[in-house]
Design a protein. Sequence first.
Length: 369
Amino acid sequence: MAEQADVVALTNDSNDTVLSGRDTASFEGLLLAYCSLLVMALIPIYFGARRSVYFHDNLKQRGESASEKITAKDAAMFPLYASVGLFALYIFFRYLSKDYVNLLLNIYFFGLGVGALTRVTSILVELIAPASVLSPLACYNLLLEQRNHHGSKEEMFRLEFNVVDVGLCVVAIIVGVVYFITKHWILNNLFGICFAFTAIELISLQSVPVGCILLLGLFFYDIFWVFATEVMVTVAKSFEAPIKLVFPMDFLESGIYGSNFSLLGLGDIVLPGIFVALLCRYDARQHPNRSAVYFIVSFVAYITGLVTTIGVMHTFQAAQPALLYLVPACLGLPLATGLVKGEIEDLWKFEDYPEDKPEEESTNREKTD
C-alpha cells in the first residue's frame, strides 16, 4: 500500500506541478473538500476495525489463521519493498506512455476493485437482509490446495459464496466497467473506500511492536520520498487508478464535474488503519467488559493527525507526507494511554495470533536441522 499515493496534495490537472488550488477555489469549496476527505478516510477505518474483530474471531473459532499477516520481518522490509515499487512506477511513468502504464494498472485494479466492492456489498446485505431470507440459499466453496514437502495438503485459497454474491459480483463488474470508461471521481472513491475497508478488515498485524516497526519505517519512507524527491508526487498525479480518494475543490461551482482535486492516498488510510484495528481487537479480547479505550484513543489520534496534515498542507500550499503527522499521533497516544493506565506491558505483549508462534518456531527448527 505504501507505494501508492501516500501523500496529501492539492493538484490541478492542467499543470505538471503540485499547485495550491486554493487560488482558484473558494473558502467554502476548500472546507468542503477537506472535510469530505476526512470523512471518507474515517469510514473504512472505523467500520473496517470493528469488522476485523468479527472476522478474525471467526477465523480463530474455526481453528484457522489470517492469510494476510504482517510479521516483524515483513514490517522491517516493507519500506524497502515499497520504495522499490514506488521508484519503478516513477520510471515507468517517466519514460513510458502514461496511458499505456495506466491501462495495465487499471486492468489489475479492475479485478481487485470488483472483489472489494463485492465483499463490502455482501457484508451490507448480510446486515440488512433477514437471516430467514439468506439461510435457505445454497452455499458453494471454491478451494485451491497444494501439497507441501511432507506430502500433506495445504489450503492456498478458499472462497465461499451464494447466489446473492454472484449477483453482487455482476453489479460490481458493471460498476467497474463504467469506472474504467469514465474514470469518474465518485466511482474512484467508491472503489477506494472498499479497498481500504477490506484491507483493514483482513490484514493482521502480529503485535503492537510489529505495528511500531511498520509505521516508524514508513514514517521515514514518506518523509524521504515526498520532501527529498519528486517521485511520490509525480506518481500520485500520474496514477489513474482508485488508490487515492479525491474531492474537487471547485465542487460548489462545477458540481460532480469539478476538476481541481484535493487527494489523499489510500496508504495513509490503510497503514494506520490496520494498527487501529489491532488495538480494537486488543480491547475486544483483553478487556471485553469495558469500553474500547485503545480503539477510541487511536481513532481520535488518527483524526488529530490527519487534521494536522490538512492544516499544514493548506498553510504552506504544498504536498505533505501524511504519515509524518499520522504516525506520531497513532503510536504516541495509545502507548501513552497504556503507560497512564498501567497496561503498557500487557499491550506490548499482546499478539493477534499467538498460537501461530509455536508453528513458526518448529518450522524454523526443521530448516535448521
